[in-house]
Design a protein around this ligand. Structure first.
Ligand SMILES: O=C(O)CCC(=O)C(=O)O
Length: 304
């Protein structure tokens, strides 16, 4: 990780006036050592009710006719004869409810504790992991998808439902956010998933937590989730925050696509890029494909 962590984790440069939501030193230390911190019930039931209503409204609109492919992606397997959404693209730009959450101090003060007070939103997405047919997410490191000049990017995952092992809560491999695992398939192309055997690298940790809880995860922390065969969905809203002086490394069309969702959140645009963290892994990617499709294709190729 780069040097952007402020000297005190309890507030920016001594300004600790009024209500703030900064991490404690202990939480900051856990993030730096383990590669993640979970804050239970950071958002309350009224926040969750607003998000529920918004998702219902967006789904009704998107699926009531017309081309939904710019708004969401469907699960390949039908649920009770109907295709159901697996991911909503770019919720930040699609609805004010998601913009309000992305700018909420309860989140942003904590991000500031981790990467300093000057940062932007790199992208947002909402993984629906519906009951019974919710797809797995294979082990991967987020920064393997979007290399940057430094690693001060925080993946923030907001559970919108109670998440348990049964409905596919997130799993992480702690203490492995300081190096990359290989993400290349047998032909050398980006597989979208870790292609090394992880069994010698410690025990994965499941992160069950109630709705409204938030996982703050370093962008190189390996993570995955099981398919959801339970009767309850496990929706997760994801915001990727990035220090303003972490600049993307161009590796093709995907870089441009990701930059289209950039939004300044706190501080000013940086005048200089900062270099830090492990040497960035560069994905050998062709055209854009969804993470899920890429991973299932890679899995099939690796089995063949
Ligand atoms: O939704 C999940 O379980 C994991 C999300 C994730 O890693 C991703 O979408 O990149």
């Amino acid at each position: 990780m780069g040097p952007a962590i402020p000297p005190t984790l309890t507030g920016p440069s001594g300004t600790n006036m009024g209500t703030d939501y900064f991490f404690s030193d202990k939480q900051g230390e856990q993030y730096r050592n383990e590669g993640f911190v979970v804050v239970e019930r950071l958002f309350d039931s009224s926040d969750m009710a607003r998000v529920d209503a918004t998702i219902r409204q967006m789904m009704d609109q998107a699926l009531s006719g017309g081309d939904y492919s710019k708004i969401l992606e469907l699960e390949p397997e039908a649920l009770d004869g109907q295709r159901v959404p697996r991911r909503i693209f770019n919720p930040y730009d699609q609805h004010e409810t998601f913009r309000a959450l992305a700018h909420d101090s309860r989140l942003l003060d904590k991000i500031e504790s981790l990467i300093g007070g000057s940062f932007n939103l790199h992208h947002s997405k909402l993984n629906m992991k519906p009951a019974k047919v919710g797809s797995a997410v294979e082990w991967h490191q987020d920064m393997a998808y979007f290399p940057h000049t430094n690693d001060d990017l925080v993946t923030t995952l907001v559970y919108l439902d109670d998440a348990t092992e049964e409905n596919g809560c997130l799993q992480v491999l702690p203490r492995h956010h300081t190096h990359y695992f290989d993400h290349a398939g047998p032909d050398g192309r980006f597989a979208g998933m870790i292609t090394e055997d992880l069994s010698d690298f410690g025990k994965p940790k499941s992160l069950p937590a109630p709705a409204g809880s938030v996982i703050f995860m370093h962008c190189i922390t390996p993570h995955a989730s099981l398919p959801n065969r339970s009767s309850r969905p496990r929706r997760t809203l994801i915001y990727e925050y990035r220090a303003n002086d972490a600049f993307p490394i161009y590796y093709g069309e995907m870089t441009n696509l990701a930059e289209a969702t950039f939004r300044l959140i706190r501080g000013k645009p940086a005048r200089f890029a900062r270099f830090g963290g492990p040497r960035p892994l560069i994905p050998n990617v062709g055209k854009y494909t969804s993470l899920y499709d890429l991973q299932s294709r890679s899995k099939a190729e690796m089995k063949a």
